[in-house]
Structures are given as C-alpha cells and as structure tokens.
Design a protein around this ligand. Sequence first.
Ligand SMILES: NC(=O)c1ccc[n+]([C@@H]2O[C@H](COP(=O)([O-])OP(=O)(O)OC[C@H]3O[C@@H](n4cnc5c(N)ncnc54)[C@H](OP(=O)(O)O)[C@@H]3O)[C@@H](O)[C@H]2O)c1
Length: 288
Amino acid sequence: MRTLTKIIIVSIAVAFIAVKWSTPSFEPESLRGARVLVTGASTGIGEQMAYHYARFGAQIVITGRKEKMLQQVVDKCLSLGAQKALYIAADMATESEPDKVVDFSLEQLGGLDYLVLNHIGSTPFSMWKGDIEHIRWLMKVNFYSYVQMAWRALPSLEQNKGSLVIVSSLAGKISTPLSAPYVATKSALNGFFGSLQHELAMTNSNVSLSVCSLGLIDTESAMNKIKGILTNIAASPASEAALRIIQTGATRQAELYYPWDVFYMVFFKDWIPSLTNYYTRSLFNYKP
Ligand SMILES: NC(=O)c1ccc[n+]([C@@H]2O[C@H](COP(=O)([O-])OP(=O)(O)OC[C@H]3O[C@@H](n4cnc5c(N)ncnc54)[C@H](OP(=O)(O)O)[C@@H]3O)[C@@H](O)[C@H]2O)c1
C-alpha cells in the first residue's frame, strides 16, 4: 500500500511538472489588435474576460441579452484600452441569433481571431423535478448555440489561424447533484468539442480549440445559487479564471483545468469512482 501511495504521488508530481514544462509562455502582445468575440459578457467571467482583452489592446465584440449592462461593459473596455469595443444584444435561445452575432462580429471587425463561447442560461440549483421543457431550452442556450456559432465562425478562424475557446465546467467531466440539466449541457459540450478537436487535428486545421473546465468561481450568479448548499468549498476569483481562459486560448492549449484541483478530481474519477462520488456528495449541505 505504501509503495502504491508513493507511486501515485510521484506520478502526480511528474505529470504536474511535465504539463508546466510543456506549456508555451503567454505573450500579452499577441493580443494587441486581436479580433475577439466573447459571449455572455454582460456579467461574471465573460465580463472579466472583456476587461482583460481590453487591457491587452484587443478589438472586442461582446454579447448577452441586457443592453444596458453590455453598454456599461463596452464603455469600461474602451477606457481600459480596447482598440475597439462593441456589443450586440441577442438571446441564444432564439435560433437565428447565434448566426446574427457571428455575422455582426465578422462584419464589424473584418474577421475573427478568437471566438470565446461562455454564456449560459439560468437554471435552478435543485433536484430535478421532471421539467423536460427546461432541459430543451437550456440545451438551446448552452449547447446548440455554441455549435451553431462555432460552425459559422470556423471559416474566418481557419483563415486567420484563430482560436475557438469553449468555457465548460468540472460538471462537464463529473456529474454533480442538484444540477442535472446544467450537467447535461456541459457534458454535451465536452463530448462535441472533444470530437471536433480530433477532426481539426486530423484535417491539419489552422484552428486551435480549447475546452476550459472550471471549478467553482465567485461570480454573483454562482454565489447566489449555491448559498447554504455548497458551503465546504472555496470559490476562485472570476478575474483570475478569466485571465487563465484567455491565456489558454492565446497559447493554443487543448485544455484548461482551473483551479488546479479540478484536474485531480477528473484524474481520480475513473481510478476511484466511489471515493470521488462520496467526496462530491459530501460537499453538498442537502437535507431532504
Ligand atoms: N461561476 C462558476 O462557478 C462556474 C463554474 C464552472 C463553469 N462556469 C462557466 O463559466 C461560464 C460563465 O459563468 P458565470 O458564472 O460568469 O455566468 P453568469 O455570471 O451567470 O453570466 C452568464 C452570461 O450569459 C448571458 N446569458 C444568460 N442567458 C442568456 C441567453 N439566453 N442568451 C444570451 N446570453 C445569455 C448573461 O447575460 P444576460 O443576462 O445579459 O443575457 C451573462 O452575460 C459559463 O459557461 C459557466 O458554465 C462557471
């Protein structure tokens, strides 16, 4: 047992060092003038990504439904140094809107170097009570619109050696309770874009595809949702998460796990599922 523990610890250390060693370094200058579309950027991680891209001197289009908030984010982006900052209001549950957003960005920026898909529809943090309509709607917002926008933007990304960045979740890798519809949409994203990663590699595409698996992040919407239920877990800062996502796209990495322990949760899930499941449930302060 002792030997096994040593082997596990050494393997983890070697894997960690290997990943750190092989990651190309991030050059902020590479983002100056870059043409970026970030979805779900009126609040939360998307908003923080918009501010980072602005500081790096990028040209940005942001989207969400709430025009007033989008306008405020755009104003702040311009004051932070964005070369260009525009918004387009769109509801991703409406079939025509994802294409409209990509077309607007292509037209206004003259092409795209980064497409960062980040928006999510609101979903209750509770036991599933059989609401199928909600799952259909959430799939449209969290999954189908991602696929549609990726397809629409691919020719421009291909032409510009661009990057497609998918903001996913630990919940796309490990099923968590009280969030079945959300888990379904994030698992769909991981599955679909995992396949697309293979296809881009097999066709020697110019496009890099990054899938970002995030743990709990301290955005207002997430914190309100988990209040009193997920009490034993610390949330990581949205600004740091946003920066790590941007760096992952800019350095053309296939994956991001943030914070670092997300990687180990995923790593151990297949080795010792019963322990991972026990640990997952233990985080939830749920009394029926
Ligand atoms: N926060 C976390 O703990 C956490 C953990 C793991 C993964 N993530 C992932 O990180 C990403 C961002 O999360 P967040 O916490 O920053 O979310 P958030 O603060 O709730 O922001 C969601 C964004 O999506 C937009 N949105 C909502 N419904 C929409 C719709 N129907 N059509 C178009 N846009 C819509 C919202 O803008 P409007 O309201 O203006 O439409 C907002 O800008 C998500 O992909 C999430 O799954 C977050």
